[in-house]
Design a protein around this ligand. Structure first.
Ligand SMILES: C[S@@+](CC[C@H](N)C(=O)[O-])C[C@H]1O[C@@H](n2cnc3c(N)ncnc32)[C@H](O)[C@@H]1O
Ligand SMILES: [Zn+2]
Length: 153
C-alpha cells in the first residue's frame, strides 16, 4: 500500500461528528457536533465521479425535475463529483464568503478526492461552510451566507 493510501485511510478514521439540520444560509446545512481544530480534517465530499459532459447533461435533468440545489462539485476541467444520489453528509455543506473550512483536492492512488479541512477552530453547533469559488457567470446565484464580507452572489 502506498504512503498516500495509508494517510488517506487514517483520515477516514478521523471524520468529525457532524449532523445535518436546518440552516440560516439555505434549507439544510451541516453542523459540527464536537470541537474541531484549525487544519483538522472534517469530512470527505463523496459522490459519483463523472465527466464534464455528463455533468452538463445531468445538471439540465436535475433542473427540469425541480431539484433546487446543486450537488455537483467540479474537481478539474473534466472531472465532476455528483453527490445528488450517491453522496454523503458533505453534500449538505453550504457556501459562505468567509467560511470556516476549505476544500482541497488530494490524489490517492491516481484518484482525485475532495477533502474538507477546517480553516479555523470550530465550536460545536457551528455550521460547516466552505467557499464554492464559482467562476464568474452571467446567471449569478444570490448569496445568503450572512457574512459582513458577503460578495452578494
Ligand atoms: C451542496 S448543496 C448545499 C445543501 C443545501 N442547502 C440543501 O438543502 O440541500 C448546494 C446548494 O445549496 C444552496 N446554497 C448553498 N450555499 C448557499 C448560499 N450561501 N446562498 C444561497 N444558496 C446557497 C444552493 O441552492 C446550492 O445549489
Ligand atoms: Zn456570501
Amino acid at each position: 500500500m502506498s504512503t498516500d493510501s495509508i494517510k488517506y485511510k487514517e483520515l477516514q478514521k478521523d471524520q468529525k461528528k457532524l449532523k445535518f439540520n436546518k440552516s440560516r444560509i439555505h434549507d439544510w446545512g451541516l453542523f459540527a457536533m464536537e470541537p474541531i481544530l484549525r487544519h483538522e480534517f472534517v469530512i470527505e465530499y463523496l459522490g459519483e465521479s463523472i465527466r464534464q459532459q455528463v455533468a452538463n447533461h445531468r445538471e439540465r435533468e436535475y433542473e427540469q425535475s425541480g431539484i433546487g440545489s446543486s450537488y455537483l462539485f467540479r474537481v478539474d476541467d473534466d472531472l465532476v463529483v455528483d453527490a445528488t444520489v450517491k453522496g454523503n453528509l458533505a453534500r449538505f455543506i453550504n457556501h459562505c464568503c468567509t467560511p470556516n473550512c476549505c476544500a482541497k483536492i488530494i490524489r490517492v492512488n491516481k484518484t482525485k478526492r475532495i477533502i474538507i479541512y477546517a480553516r479555523r477552530d470550530i465550536q460545536p453547533g457551528e455550521e460547516i461552510t466552505y467557499d464554492y469559488k464559482f467562476p464568474l457567470e452571467k446567471n449569478k446565484i444570490p448569496c445568503s451566507c450572512g457574512s459582513d464580507r458577503c460578495r452578494g452572489s
